[in-house]
Write a protein that binds this ligand. Structure first.
Ligand SMILES: [Zn+2]
Length: 126
């Protein structure tokens, strides 16, 4: 580890992941099964840490958290179209939010993959 301080180390990794999001998402798509297994194993072994992280995330993003819990409690209020607005896929449809204003009622129906893509910064071709 380049940093002695684990908090510093974590922050560095978070910044790296943010900056390399596109690369990471491509990597994940190619290695999805392996990644999922690894993640599940890791979360199981670091249960406490995982819960702590979730709690931290919730306290830092109360607005998004509220939208998520509204959706899971009242999914009928957040109805989905029959296909992804971007690519037309009909499987794994989700609600794609650009922001979480208005209690999350501003969303489009997107597939799982396009939802990931919506969160990526747009990279201009040079
Ligand atoms: Zn799509």
């Amino acid at each position: 580890m380049p940093y002695e301080d684990s908090e510093k180390q974590l922050n560095y990794m978070r910044r790296w992941r943010k900056a390399h999001r596109v690369h990471i998402n491509n990597y994940r798509t190619e290695n999805r099964q392996q990644q999922n297994e690894y993640q599940r194993k890791y979360n199981g072994e670091h249960r406490e840490q995982h819960c702590e992280y979730q709690q931290l995330w919730r306290s830092e993003n109360p607005k998004i958290q509220r939208v998520y819990s509204n959706i899971s409690q009242h999914p009928q209020l957040y109805s989905l179209d029959d296909k992804c607005v971007f690519c037309g896929k009909i499987e794994k449809l989700e609600r794609g939010h650009l922001d979480y204003e208005d209690e999350g009622y501003n969303y489009v129906t997107v597939c799982h993959q396009c939802n990931h893509w919506m969160e990526n910064p747009i990279i201009e071709a040079s």
